[in-house]
Ligand binder design. Structure first.
Ligand SMILES: O=C(CO)COP(=O)(O)O
Length: 239
């Protein structure tokens, strides 16, 4: 598979069933480039996954925001990869910085989660990114390399993995990384999304960077401007 542009909407822990249905109807009515040009994945909270999957247009896909690190069992409050597969949920986001920070998910734990989810047939959006302190200390590339290596050590095949580079200082802050800051961290073969304060106004300039293959969008994925972000895939077509 080539590096098709991919736009993910991470709805995080937001929404009521009414709000979720409203977002989906806006997405369903949108005119966007075809599936050959851009892959669109929206990630509602677990409880809304079945509703969203049942009403979302068929050319858009759904992702869970997490799953358990191994086969399900006596793990209260967790959702297993097998359950996602059972509901035909094709994607899962793993290692988001909010989970790394708030729930102390280590690099190794995230690596194990990625490996297990892949082994069950899920496609994975694996998140990496440095904090402001780490960037200021000059360790951005080391941090991102360590996070990525912990995944690489546990998987052999990256075909079904997309890396989401989300600098922690850019998430929900309105401080988007400059296209050059984003490009600096990107590599060659695996698809890499950028996440952190992406919106309808800054997406096209970022999308123009050659190694950027898409976006993982938080706040703006709950708003109609998400459609403009999907359309920024056109920038790639024009290159
Ligand atoms: O964390 C993010 C996506 O996973 C980015 O969030 P914002 O787009 O709200 O900054």
């Amino acid at each position: 598979m080539g590096r098709k542009f991919i736009v993910g909407g991470n709805w995080k822990c937001n929404g009521t069933s009414e709000e979720v249905k409203k977002i989906v109807s806006t997405l369903n009515a949108a005119e966007v480039p075809s599936e050959d040009v851009v892959e669109v994945v929206v990630s509602p909270p677990f409880v809304f996954l079945p509703i969203v999957k049942s009403i979302l247009r068929p050319d858009f896909h759904v992702a869970a925001q997490n799953c358990w690190v191994k086969k399900g069992g006596a793990y209260t409050g967790e959702v297993s990869a097998e359950m996602l597969v059972n509901l035909s949920i094709p994607w899962v986001i793993l290692g988001h910085s909010e989970r790394r920070a708030l729930l102390a998910e280590s690099n190794e734990f995230v690596g194990s989660k990625v490996a297990y989810a892949l082994s069950q047939g899920l496609k994975v959006i694996a998140c990496v990114g440095e904090t402001l302190e780490q960037r200021e200390a000059g360790s951005t590339l080391d941090v991102v390399a360590a996070q990525t290596k912990a995944i690489a050590e546990q998987i052999a095949d990256w075909t079904n993995v997309v890396l989401a580079y989300e600098p922690v200082w850019a998430i929900g802050t309105g401080k988007v990384a400059t296209p050059d800051q984003a490009q600096e961290v990107f590599a060659a073969s695996t698809r890499i999304m950028y996440g952190g304060s992406v919106n309808g106004g800054n997406c096209r300039e970022l999308a123009a960077k050659p190694d950027l293959d898409g976006f993982l969008v938080g706040g703006a994925s709950l708003k109609p401007e998400f459609i403009d972000i999907i359309k920024s895939a056109e920038v790639k077509k024009a290159v």
